[in-house]
Design a binder for this molecule. Structure first.
Ligand code: FAD
Length: 431
């Protein structure tokens, strides 16, 4: 295994495969190494795949990729113990080409995507763990795997090994994550017949729905729950920052059970059979946690570089876009014959000019704000539910009086000045 490649890509998730595919398509000799039995076997995702970034890699991929449903409706619930205030958007244009996004199951999708890379010439090796990067005079020159004679060499190594990138840590690119920089999420795939899904979510066969749930889904802690419809199963999950989980002494599995039995949620999944149970970390440190992404002979992409926009649950698209940008940098570096940090910093520049870092920068203080000021999820969500109940209950009270009562109850619960401060702080965090 001591062959030399142009590129070694560690990991066969969306970041790694986008990079490997693009490099191979442009004539580079690519080795992709995946520790799982097959791509997707170790991967966890709520399941929304964004059309735009995937289409830039494989045009009209929806004609052949194993997708579940095109999402035509996105709902948001501000949930209390026995009620929910909901809003959202349903648009039938999202159910037609070129679509907006899709629900997917990662195991079939990742295998299909990796196969497309193989067709372009990627050499994919599964069931192989990369143990460390090999360096010479500070430059990464290859990797050592757990195979006998497991050293392999390349001009560039791309670390697309996911959220807990041990390899980037070994290189000193990032430290152990703080508990407020990652969310722990548990999810379950629940088999349910297509007809039941269509009835319960008001869908037709080739239409999907996503529900993001805030408030009581995490017992008022910073985090969200989600319910996504597949063809004949439902993905349901919940997560909070690790720090919230520790502080509130939450057990992730208890939280998922709590969600599944919540009166707003139970009727949607009733009668379904549990098919899979999964747990995974999500990098949520955002802008402030993005590590050094380029060094001599090495690049970091996707979750390994903390590229997740938790507010918009975007991760797979950022993984794909960053994987592609890494590939484009390597292709240019190959033309220059220069794989130094200076040359590979083209990737950093592209990344920082793209939607990825711009979006992470926009929300750079959001996680911190909502974690340190728990009133948003703990107090405002129940207050909003009480206000909606009052406003929509027909009891002969004139509407103007109702409005006044609602405003009065808001200000008496939080106090006018504190409420203004809260609103200003929240606006600043997401503006
Ligand atoms: P991964 O998909 O984690 O892939 C990394 C790969 O590297 C894995 O296959 C792993 O086995 C392999 N690997 C790791 N270490 C080694 C090693 N040493 N040697 C060899 N191989 C190695 N994003 C969305 O866009 N939409 C969603 O709805 C969504 N929901 C989510 C719900 C949950 C519960 C979670 C956990 C995440 C969710 N995300 C979502 C985020 C999204 O899943 C990630 O951002 C995305 O998968 C990152 O892709 P990646 O290729 O960087 O990493």
């Amino acid at each position: 295994m001591s062959e030399k490649f142009d590129v070694i890509v560690v990991g066969a998730g969306p970041a790694g495969t986008s990079c490997a595919y693009t490099c191979a398509k442009n004539g580079l000799k690519v080795l992709q190494i995946e520790r799982g039995e097959y791509p997707g076997s170790k991967n966890v995702m709520g399941g929304v795949l964004y059309r735009k970034q995937m289409e830039e890699i494989i045009p009209e991929f929806w004609k052949e990729a194993p997708l579940e449903r095109p999402v035509v409706e996105q709902r948001f619930w501000m949930m209390d113990k026995e009620s929910t205030v909901s809003f959202g958007y349903k648009g039938l244009e999202w159910g037609k080409e070129p679509y907006n996004n899709f629900t997917v199951l990662r195991a079939p999708f990742d295998q299909w995507f990796a196969k497309k890379g193989i067709e372009q010439g990627v050499l994919l090796i599964n069931e192989t763990v990369v143990l460390e990067c090999l360096t010479e005079n500070g430059k990464v020159v290859g990797v050592r795997t757990d195979r006998p004679d497991g050293e392999v060499f390349a001009d560039v190594v791309v670390l697309a090994d996911g959220v807990n990138s041990l390899l980037a840590k070994q290189l000193g690119y990032h430290k152990e994550f703080r508990p407020d920089e990652v969310a722990l999420t548990v999810m379950e795939v629940i088999n349910l017949s297509k007809d039941k899904i269509n009835d319960r979510f008001n869908l037709e066969d080739n239409q999907g729905c996503t529900i993001e749930i805030f408030g009581d889904s995490t017992k008022g802690n910073l985090g969200t729950a989600f319910i996504y419809t597949n063809k004949d199963s439902i993905n349901i999950g919940v997560g909070t920052t690790l720090s919230s989980m520790i502080k509130a002494k939450l057990k992730p599995y208890d939280l998922l059970d709590y969600l599944k039995t919540h009166p707003m949620v139970r009727p949607l999944i009733e009668g379904g059979e549990s098919a899979e149970y999964l747990a995974h970390l999500i990098p949520e440190g955002g802008y402030h946690s993005v590590p050094k992404v380029a060094g001599d002979g090495v690049l970091l992409a996707g979750d390994a570089a903390q590229l997740v926009n938790a507010i918009h649950r975007e991760g797979s698209n950022m993984a794909m876009a960053s994987g592609t940008m890494a590939a484009e940098t390597i292709i240019d570096a190959k033309k220059r014959g220069d794989f130094s940090e200076t040359s590979l910093n083209q990737y950093r520049e592209t990344l920082y000019q793209s939607f990825i870092i711009k979006d992470l920068e926009k929300y750079k203080d959001a996680t911190h704000t909502f974690e340190h000021y728990p009133q948003y999820f703990k107090e405002y969500v129940p207050m909003l539910n009480r206000a909606a109940s009052k406003f929509f209950t027909v009891d002969g009270t004139p509407k103007k009086e109702k409005q006044k009562e609602i405003m009065k109850s808001f200000t008496s619960e939080r106090g006018t000045i504190r409420m203004i401060q809260d609103m200003y702080r929240a606006w600043k965090a997401v503006k």
